[in-house]
Design a protein around this ligand. Structure first.
Ligand SMILES: C[S@@+](CC[C@H](N)C(=O)[O-])C[C@H]1O[C@@H](n2cnc3c(N)ncnc32)[C@H](O)[C@@H]1O
Length: 208
């Protein structure tokens, strides 16, 4: 049984695409994709050989050790072939950016960063990728932002870079409450500025 976060990631994978899960760790994503027949053309990779021993144990549990190749690689650096889709989840934006500094990046990327979403969205825009879907998952007190990118150009506004394109009102209201709390505590005008930006942003969404 996948967590809500992992399930939401797999929901964004196109049927029958060739997929590489970079930083697979437990290999739950590849196992689920294979078992549900979303795609059987999936490679699991990780930078750590220790981690891959654990991934292998999990693949064996589901009799998938001969079906899902495991590859030791720092990002895409030791990956020879090109995939339709790369999944990069559960890492920070700094690591994700270093992984994407590669000549053979797939045309579709499913990314879930743990931090710095503004920096990630800006980096992706400059890399020549646009947001195809963005979802926010609320699971066990955390909000997880999951973005499917495809190649293309878009000019995100400052508000879209900051708050994303999910239009998830529960998440946006949660952000507003957080900024309100931080402003009350610190009286730092930066939080007031975020609250004003957010109010305009939410109003535009509700107008649509
Ligand atoms: C927190 S786990 C996330 C596991 C899984 N993707 C998820 O979302 O639940 C991060 C994994 O990324 C791997 N990792 C970190 N940097 C990496 C890199 N540059 N290339 C490949 N894997 C990396 C780590 O070894 C670790 O297994």
């Amino acid at each position: 049984m996948l967590t809500k976060r992992l399930k939401a990631i797999t929901d964004l994978v196109p049927n029958n695409a060739s997929v590489i899960d970079i930083g697979t760790d437990h290999a739950y994503i590849p196992i689920y994709l294979y078992q549900k027949n979303i795609t059987t053309n999936i490679t699991a990779s990780d930078i750590s050989s220790k981690v891959l021993e654990y991934s292998l144990e999990n693949l064996k549990k589901y009799n998938l050790d001969t079906k899902i190749p495991l590859v030791l690689s720092n990002g895409l650096s030791d990956i020879q072939r090109k995939y339709d889709v790369a999944i990069i989840a559960g890492m920070g934006t700094h690591t994700i950016k270093s992984i994407l500094n590669s000549p053979n990046i797939p045309d579709t990327l499913i990314i879930q960063s743990n931090n710095d979403h503004y920096k990630l969205r800006k980096f992706m825009m400059e890399l020549g990728y646009k947001i195809d879907r963005e979802v926010v998952i609320h699971d066990k007190k955390h909000h997880y932002i999951i973005i499917r990118y495809i190649r293309g150009f878009e000019k995100l506004t400052e508000a879209e870079l900051t708050f994303g394109k999910s239009n998830n009102l529960e998440y946006l209201n949660h952000l507003r409450e957080t900024y309100q709390y931080l402003y009350t505590k610190s009286k730092d005008k930066i939080f007031l500025n975020y609250i004003n930006m957010l109010d305009d942003f939410i109003e535009k969404i509700l107008d649509c």
